[in-house]
Design a protein around this ligand. Structure first.
Ligand SMILES: Nc1ncnc2c1ncn2[C@@H]1O[C@H](COP(=O)(O)OP(=O)(O)OP(=O)(O)O)[C@@H](O)[C@H]1O
Ligand SMILES: [Mg+2]
Length: 504
């Protein structure tokens, strides 16, 4: 008898030009929460895709054992039958189906007939309540925000009642409140003997919940640690294997003229019946303004509407350098000098089937063209520059974006919008799925842009990040601004107080 619920031995996985896993070993005890950490591109998702049968036997080397039996999964169904359920890093719900259909997808709900329909509806509603998501089971997924979709995926996986539950970055799109709730659920699953493999770049979260941790670096196992007396710094040292440079050089920024003015801004969206009401603020050149709030508070809707990509205006106006902007679409916004890094990179940020250089230059074609003709060499030079600046891990700028790790895809979205050199740069969850090293890097870039006089708006669920980076923070609740706090000296409690509906 082995003491392990699961062992993966000497796992090797190659893609053209990349050895993603280079002899990984990992041993998971029954009933533990085992965290898997490592930098972007370290191989975490690839390892879990092998375990869940997405990469079938024969496409990798090495051995998987569940208890005493050797597993050779040919597909996801087979791994599910062995009691393994996975929540993937990239959202995978079917956007045109409703929440309930998605929850039971693959569970053959259509065979159940009308009578069972009601039962399924109830079951779905219970599952949603379990993750604290207040949307109706018949809501079409397309209308949900990324955080809400994430909660649906979690609800769906929990219903499978797996023995081994794999969560790949489940909280990247969630605020601390919702993440806390999820961690609570995982702890109660642990009491019932469920084994959990947990991937996250939020190291505090990982240290608060994991029993043991395995660190991967460059496709190899660095070590497996007991979570006793480990600090975040220890963990980072194992992950990166080098010293980290800090984000801000401490140099003072000077804040200039008002660049963007939003007055009494109200927007309504018919399809989702969501609204943003009476938002007013002004943003100065060189200023970094944060927007905080819970999932569903209207943060994304607000910034998307300013970018001309969401809803219909019902009142108010937006002025850029004193000039009234009547944006109707993102193209207008980009031309006027506003860029937005969307939280939903799959939908708005990237063309997954195109390569790195095409994606980076997509919104700045005039920079690499002369008299309407594209200069391919110039495109490569720009892309290589950004890939180096942002430390994008890819074999070349000709790699198809779909093949990059989640965090590296996020960096490409950032590069694409940096290349447009906007006057106002809006970033919605820019560090989602990004590792610690890259986070410092992105914070450095944001500071750098602000120093050059760009006005910056950041939506983030990571309060510590907002507090560290922003001059001031607007807090939203139910579609409107509940209050504002100063960036320096703000506390997470003060922000949460406003975010949960209290006024200051
Ligand atoms: N389908 C693929 N084709 C080619 N290369 C791939 C493919 N999938 C992953 N890779 C490469 O394998 C390596 C490991 O990727 P993986 O997605 O496992 O990283 P990760 O640890 O999950 O990173 P992140 O924290 O960014 O999600 C990366 O270099 C990635 O570019
Ligand atoms: Mg990953």
């Amino acid at each position: 008898m082995t003491e392990y619920a699961l062992e993966m031995k000497n796992i090797v996985k190659e893609f053209p030009g990349v050895r993603a896993l280079d002899g990984v070993n990992i041993q998971i005890r029954k009933g533990e929460i085992h965290a898997l950490v490592g930098e972007n591109g370290a191989g975490k998702s690839t390892l879990m895709k092998i375990l869940s049968g997405l990469y079938p036997v024969g496409t990798y080397d090495g051995e998987i054992r569940l208890g005493n039996s050797l597993c050779r999964f040919k597909n996801i169904k087979e791994s599910e039958r062995s009691g393994i359920a996975i929540i993937h890093q990239e959202l995978s719900l079917v956007r045109e189906l409703d929440v309930m259909e998605n929850i039971f997808l693959g569970n053959e709900i259509h065979k159940w007939g009308v009578i069972r329909h009601e039962k399924a509806f109830m079951k779905a509603r219970e599952a949603l309540q379990r993750v604290n998501l207040s949307v109706s089971p018949d809501q079409i997924v397309r209308y949900l925000g990324v955080g809400e979709q994430q909660l649906v995926e979690i609800a769906k996986a929990l219903l499978k009642e797996a023995d081994i539950l794999i969560l790949d970055e489940p909280t990247a799109a969630l605020s601390e409140q919702e993440s806390g709730k999820l961690l609570g659920i995982l702890k109660s699953l642990r009491e019932k003997g469920v084994t959990c493999i947990y991937i996250s770049h939020r190291l505090k979260e990982v240290l608060s919940i994991a029993d043991r941790l395995t660190v991967l670096r460059d496709g190899k196992t660095v070590c497996t640690l007991d979570n006793a007396g480990i600090t975040e710094a220890d963990l980072i040292a194992h992950m990166v294997g080098r010293e980290l440079s800090h984000g801000d050089d401490g140099e003072e920024r000077t804040v200039g003229e008002v660049i963007l003015e939003v007055q009494d801004w109200s927007v309504y969206d018919e399809a989702t019946r969501r609204h943003v009401s009476q938002v007013s603020f002004s943003l100065r050149a060189g200023e970094i303004m944060g927007i905080a709030g819970l999932v569903g508070a209207g943060r994304t809707e607000l910034v998307m509407s300013l970018f001309g990509a969401w809803g219909i205006r019902t009142s108010g106006r937006v002025l850029l350098r004193g000039k009234d902007l009547s944006l109707v679409n993102p193209e207008d916004a980009i031309r006027a000098g506003i860029s937005l890094v969307s939280e939903d990179r799959k939908r708005f940020g990237l063309v997954l089937i195109q390569d790195v250089k095409n994606n980076i230059s997509l919104a700045s074609l005039e920079k690499i063209s002369r008299r309407g003709v594209l200069d391919a060499n110039k495109e490569v030079r720009y892309a290589e520059q950004y890939a180096a600046d942002l430390k994008i891990k890819t074999p070349s700028v000709e790699q198809v974006v779909m093949n990059l790790s989640g965090g590296n895809q996020q960096k490409i979205v950032l590069a694409k919008w940096l290349m447009t050199e906007p006057a106002v740069f809006i970033l919605d969850e820019p560090t989602r799925g990004i590792d610690v090293g890259a986070k410092y890097e992105i914070c450095r870039i944001i500071n750098e842009l602000a120093k050059r006089g760009v006005g910056i708006i950041i939506v983030s669920s990571e309060l510590a990040e907002l507090i560290g980076l922003c001059d001031r923070i607007l807090v939203m609740h139910e579609g409107t601004v509940a209050g504002e706090v100063n960036g320096r000296g703000a506390t997470q409690e003060a922000i949460m107080h406003l975010a949960t509906g209290n006024r200051n």
